[in-house]
Design a protein around this ligand. Sequence first.
Ligand code: NAD
Length: 416
Amino acid sequence: MSAPEPTNSYENTNQLFDNAADLLDLDEDMRLVLKTPFRELKVEVPVRMDSGRLEVFIGYRVQHSGARGPMKGGLRYHPEVDFDEVRSLASLMTWKTALVNIPFGGAKGGITCDPPQMSDAEVEHLTRRFTSRLGFAFGIQRDIPAPDVGTNAQIMAWIMDQYGASYGHTPGIVTGKPIALGGSPGREAATGRGVSIIAIEAAEEFGIDMKDCRVAIQGFGNVGSFSARFIQEQGARIVAVSDASGALFDAAGLDVPALIEHAAPRRSIEGFEGGEKITNEELIELECDILVPAALGGVINQDNAAKIRARMIVEAANSPVTTVADSILNERGIPIVPDILANAGGVTVSYFEWVQNIQAFTWNEEEVNAKLSKIMSKAYGDVVALMKSENCSMRTAAYMIAIQRVAVAERLRGGF
Ligand code: NAD
């Protein structure tokens, strides 16, 4: 019988860390250093709402590790954001940047709020207040935010502008900016593009033919919609997608470009004419070849892991599979391509954006995409080789590579 499900998401991530650290025979001192976040900040963010009422939001930034370079990670605006979730996501960033071997550490931030219920002006005030309170901890060589759930290029532009008001014009202080302000060509699509690059390689490894295979995607925001587009371009059928408004199913394959055109201005798939309505739970348990969770964490857990009927899971979201579900799926022989590999395309092109900003020089989209492909394929190859030699899961192999790289950097820096 598997161990009980941790209720705390940081504990969940640390269990995955320990599985790999055991195989690496990592000593206790190093485990302690690598598991303890470097710095954690919590700020009060008062905003005068359009109605005249004052609301006080709570914002977080966790800088998990800077051993391999400036700390890097997204900013999440969602009602369920709390310290524990941000801490867990920050540690994933440390392992992700190490796995794809870019010179960054890991961080994450968030504000507990509900953007769909707020006006654009309220979101702008919230973002500027948060930035002015945390700007001292950001820095082009210290901590560089980026978009995540509920945030986008416009919000990054406000952060850059607010930060610049105190510290001088610094485009590289955030990534995922609009191209007109120094954003990188290819950044918006990068996470989904990376998901598809990895899905193609993993499908081949696990005997799934991308041509005409059935793919279900949970979440149709930045990551879900671009993943759907690029995976469909491989000849796969996107048989189901969902978002917070519900899910759609079409055994013949949904028309993804039409769905993107419908959803983009509304930020929702609701009202799309095509496909039959199913529930979000039905989507997760659908019989398909590839299941791509691309929304929130913990959606595949001890309650539904035994009911998953996909042949392979590609984690486009962060932490969509809990540790208990991970063991159940491993026992059932359903391969899981872990988040720190599958969705690393976003931070990789964020790295390219930062490199372009600090050089004040721009690359074109073809160059960006070619460099992204090279990094993703190299990381994939490293993970599969170790998975085979250690006879472990893809996730454990990915963590082993990442932990080893961060541990080497910590050891060389010394100080403890
Ligand atoms: P987003 O805000 O653009 O989209 C989130 C999507 O999830 C929306 O379609 C929303 O409606 C949907 N959603 C919310 N609750 C849902 C529910 N209960 N059921 C089904 N769908 C639901 O966010 P995003 O940037 O696409 O991020 C999605 C995931 O990918 C997150 O886990 C994020 O951490 C991860 N990620 C994002 C990036 C990036 O570059 N944006 C990079 C790496 C990982």
